[in-house]
Ligand binder design. Sequence first.
Ligand SMILES: NC(=O)c1ccc[n+]([C@@H]2O[C@H](COP(=O)([O-])OP(=O)(O)OC[C@H]3O[C@@H](n4cnc5c(N)ncnc54)[C@H](OP(=O)(O)O)[C@@H]3O)[C@@H](O)[C@H]2O)c1
Length: 271
Amino acid sequence: MNLEIQGKVAVVTGASAGIGFAVAEELLANGARVLIVARDEGRLNQAATRLISGAPGHEKNVIALAVDVSRPEAAQLIIDQAVGAFGELDILVNNAGRAHAGGLLTSTEQDWEEMTGVKLTSMRRLCRAAIPHMQKTKWGRIVNMSSIGGIYPNPKLLVSHVLSAAINNLTKSLALEVAKDGILVNAIGIGAVATDNWANNMVPAVRRARAEFKDLSDDEVVARISAECTPVGRAGSAREIAAIAAFLASNRNGFVTGDTIEASGGADRFM
Ligand SMILES: NC(=O)c1ccc[n+]([C@@H]2O[C@H](COP(=O)([O-])OP(=O)(O)OC[C@H]3O[C@@H](n4cnc5c(N)ncnc54)[C@H](OP(=O)(O)O)[C@@H]3O)[C@@H](O)[C@H]2O)c1
């Protein structure tokens, strides 16, 4: 399917790895120009190099900006950089973030502050900064990465799932606010997808809860948990999520807005 996004300008946050990288790759392959964002500059530049080498002749279509999206000035900086470099802003993929394993009683004030900052606060600020540019052209697409737990909460991931529910709600309300401007806003309710996020944030919690996994490698733990909690019997891949995001972000999507697409292999929880 031709996504009809040739020349469109996209910002993808959290694009140095995992799902964000796969989204940037997909948009680039379809002719978009992409500004990628993450904190670790070295890893981000390597990601930009990999993107460019996968799209020969389109070196000028990728730029990288190393910034923490939760910083107050980050959203405006990111959008200004994209518009300054490419002249417009059409697509925003709010993907930066991670999972936080724990319940209410085991989560600290700092956990809430950090997680809210990187997920919800950065998302609303980036939408706020991006939308005026989309209104000018009467065309825009916003995709917010959420979690399946925003619909089916799991107390073992309480902070992440409360924030995911808020993201779904923001997505729906914002979609209604800007629908008349040709801007479509959707979220993806992601289930278990094997990325660094799983290895770094989920596997340690799973190991604490499941002594029988002590001799398994991280990959084996992810495979076992994913098979247990996902009806399709495996974790998803970043590319599978990117395919959905790219469609939602494209001109081929004209009628889906305010929705949270469940992309979880049929699972209603993932731990
Ligand atoms: N994988 C899953 O199973 C799953 C399930 C549900 C929801 N999700 C959501 O999907 C999104 C992508 O997850 P993933 O699995 O692809 O994670 P990942 O592989 O760990 O990649 C996360 C990306 O976000 C960047 N990032 C993290 N914090 C940031 C910050 N404050 N500012 C800027 N960039 C930041 C990371 O780079 P730096 O560390 O260098 O900043 C990296 O590029 C996340 O929002 C996650 O919560 C994932």
